[in-house]
Design a protein around this ligand. Structure first.
Ligand code: ADP
Ligand code: ZN
Length: 514
């Protein structure tokens, strides 16, 4: 497709002057008929990637989305732009659904949004439709490895079998490699072209604070910016209500939002927030999926999130307009305990626990937080960001290159096949049964680090992971592997900065606070 036609369509139907990173490539890929996997951060502009081809392709584009509450808004805004679109979901009456199905049959609709549970309504008419594209939004919902598994998504694999020559576009903001592969496998995508947009959102400042007196900290924070709106994410419904009440009491315009509230109240709160009639929403993670408010100036996490994917998606709701926006995460030991309990009772407990541990390490980090986030999503950067609390207030570093080299050599000797505790035991020359059983005591590098305590080794290796020099393979028993940066440290003279370990003080009283 010539560039000029795509640009003209972008301008004419959506009013945008130019494409955001990857949008044009993704669209070209779809138009060439390939299965495509698009990974973009929240606010990156995923919708255009299927809406624009839908206008150009001859037949119908089916958009599968879990967000029933948002379908109407999206369809309304498409219609306002002159695009023939409709949605089909369980919120409609049978008559309404039949009306749209007739419209689809007569080929006047270009885009149909449908919830996965409602796909069966199309089964009978599939044969009479020309389907040009199937877009699967929030595609990570298919994977129980992701953070938002929806059982209704697991059936979607039949689509490729039913329509083998129709391109499928899977879209997600979840970039973790294993989830990506799981999405592609379960959807039966054929050699999908994968596009991974940069996850860097430079305008978001990153900060972690200890959770002591967090209500007071939050009040002070909000009072400093009386005209700026923000979201406070809480773990429990009860906390959202209690916190909103506390803020209201001192005159801050705050509302609670969670899935347990009446639909009407929820959409009212959402509307008020979008229209700047409500300054602060205290919400569970139910709030925000797809909320298109560009001037959210700050996001606070009252509790530790379950994992980095969720955290990044939630802070990503701030500053979509590109202007500087603040994020604050409160870290509490009590939350860690609570979340560990949840994770160990849920699906894929081992993976979820490891992801939680990674989240906790992020909160405890002593190196640039943005580097940690980006390396988590597979982007290796060497520059510090200058816009996180660690960059602004760095701890004292020392040259830890030799320590790093020892650790990396140990990981190589252990064939990238062991988890963090075993690596530390190996470095320290531990004489435990596992080491002997595996005959690790006969390998080179065994005990090269016996002068450093177990705790310090553990912390140093976490710092290396945080700096993107090695990584944790969550889906393979948390084995530690090297990244491309490791070779630079081992062979190319790249220096590593480490910092002496600060133990975070834990106030025991705070454990009951959750
Ligand atoms: P996502 O689904 O990835 O979270 P959206 O598709 O909702 O993101 O897009 C986020 C915002 O960016 C929307 O307000 C959208 O109108 C805007 N947007 C998307 N593409 C462009 C573009 N090429 N130029 C300017 N704004 C864009
Ligand atoms: Zn930084």
């Amino acid at each position: 497709m010539t560039t000029s036609i795509l640009h003209a369509t972008l301008k004419e139907n959506f009013g945008f002057e130019k494409f955001r990173p990857n949008q044009e490539d993704i669209i070209n890929c779809i138009l060439a008929g390939y299965d495509t996997l698009a990974i973009m951060p929240t606010g990156g502009g995923k919708s255009i990637c299927f809406q624009l081809p839908a206008l150009i392709l001859p037949g119908i584009t089916i958009v599968i989305s879990p967000l029933i509450a948002l379908m109407k808004d999206q369809v309304d805004s498409l219609k306002a732009n002159g695009v023939a679109a409709c949605f089909i979901n369980s919120s409609q009456t049978e008559d309404e659904r039949q009306f749209y199905i007739e419209n689809l049959k007569s080929n006047i609709i270009k885009l149909v949004y449908i919830a996965p549970e409602s796909l069966s309504y199309l089964d009978n008419i599939f044969n009479s439709l020309t389907i040009s594209l199937i877009a699967i939004d929030e595609a990570h919902c298919i994977s129980s490895w992701g953070h938002d598994f929806r059982p209704a998504y697991t059936n979607l694999g039949y689509l490729k079998k039913r329509f083998p020559s129709t391109p499928i576009l899977a879209l997600t903001a979840t970039a973790d490699k294993a989830t990506r592969k799981d999405i592609s496998d379960q959807l039966n995508l054929v050699n999908p072209k994968t596009f991974l947009a940069s996850f860097d959102r430079k305008n978001l400042s990153l900060e972690v604070r200890p959770a002591l007196d967090r209500v007071k900290q939050i009040i002070d924070f909000i009072k400093e910016k009386p005209n700026e709106s923000g979201i406070i994410y809480c773990l429990s419904r009860k906390t959202t209500e209690e916190l909103a009440e506390k803020l209201e009491k001192i005159g801050i315009n705050a509302k609670a939002y969670h899935a347990g509230l009446d639909n009407k109240i929820r959409s009212k709160t959402q509307d008020e927030f979008i229209n700047d009639d409500c300054q602060v929403v205290c919400a569970t993670i139910a709030f925000g999926m797809g909320i298109d408010k560009s001037n959210v100036r700050w996001v606070i996490h009252y509790n530790l999130p379950k994992n980095i994917e969720g955290y990044y998606q939630e802070i990503g709701r701030a500053g979509r307009d590109g202007l500087p926006s603040e994020t604050v995460l409160f870290e509490s030991y009590g939350d860690v305990i609570q979340l560990q309990k949840f994770a160990s009772q849920g699906l894929n407990a081992e993976v979820q626990l490891a992801k939680l541990e990674r989240m906790r390490q992020y909160a405890d980090a002593l190196s640039c937080r943005r580097k940690i986030l980006l390396s988590y999503f597979g982007e290796l950067v060497t520059e510090n960001c200058g816009n996180c609390d660690i960059c602004k207030n760095p701890p004292a570093f020392f040259d830890g290159t030799i320590i790093a080299q020892k650790a990396l050599s140990a990981i190589i000797r252990l064939k990238e096949n062991e988890s963090l505790p075993v690596i530390v035991d190996f470095l320290r020359g531990s004489k435990n049964a596992y080491i002997f059983e595996k005959e690790y005591h006969n390998l080179k590098t065994y005990a090269v680090g016996s002068d450093i305590s177990w705790h310090d080794w553990n912390q140093y290796i976490i710092q290396l992971i945080n700096q993107g020099i090695c990584e944790i393979a969550f889906h393979q028993q948390n084995k530690i592997r090297l990244t491309a940066l490791a070779a630079e440290v081992l062979f190319e003279g790249e220096k590593v900065q480490l910092t002496t370990v600060q133990k975070i003080n834990i106030d025991k009283s705070e454990i009951q606070e959750v």
